[in-house]
Unconditional design. Sequence first.
Length: 284
Amino acid sequence: MQSCLFSGRRAFGCAFGCSALRCSHPSPLHKHISSTCRRKGSALVQATAAVEPNAELLAAAQKLVELSQQHAAQADLEEQAELVSRLSEAAGTNVVVQELNDGTFKGYTLSGQTAQRFRTVITLGTLSFNLYQPKDLKVRMLSTDAGGVYKGRRDNCDTGYVVTASFEFVEQTGEGDAAEVTPTGMQGRSVAIGEYAPVPGNPQRLTTKFKKMRLEPASQEPADLQRWLDTLLEANPGMDAATGVLEVDLPAKSPEGWLDYLMMTREYQLVAGNFGSKTLLERV
């Protein structure tokens, strides 16, 4: 987008550019999702002055992106992430900076339970805290990264936090290494919608609280949409029969998670979530 980018509860698989508070490139997601948080003041984070990263740090971050894209061994990813973290701490770029925080990012999930779930078949229930039904349907992420992450102004909220993950429905026979997985051709997106907040006294940390989950088909082509509705509409009474979109509110008392920023530059952000996962965000 958990990090687990979905770091408020046990994450689903997460976790989805404008660099200012107001997004100058709104996506359809931003247009169709209503506000889920109250408008807040402009003093969003404690650190206010950006520190320019050195060439060594940027090169190390770029190398981390390359390793993730190449599906490198887990040990290599963790070693490179540790190098980036050390260089960032030495450079003073391991704090949240208001002018750098917000924007639209591509996420690369590097380690932890989120990364494991992005690489395996899970259930629709696991994807959504059992909010999407039928919860036992098998799904697989369409990539091994965290999809999309958006932080910033959305409708009346200055501190929106939205994580998007694309997936496909699959059929699986067998278990473990012997399992055979067959794509069904039906794809969708799961979107977690919430807000972030700074933590007084901790310039590295933002808390995150998700308030709503959104399930939507990847295609609105008539045949694709009809198949989606045939599979999901009856089990999800709140689904829009015209679009196949389902929005479900999370419980008001759902716990908060947090993200510790190990690096924040104009191009990259490296975050560690409260379940131990690490995610690299690349601004788009």
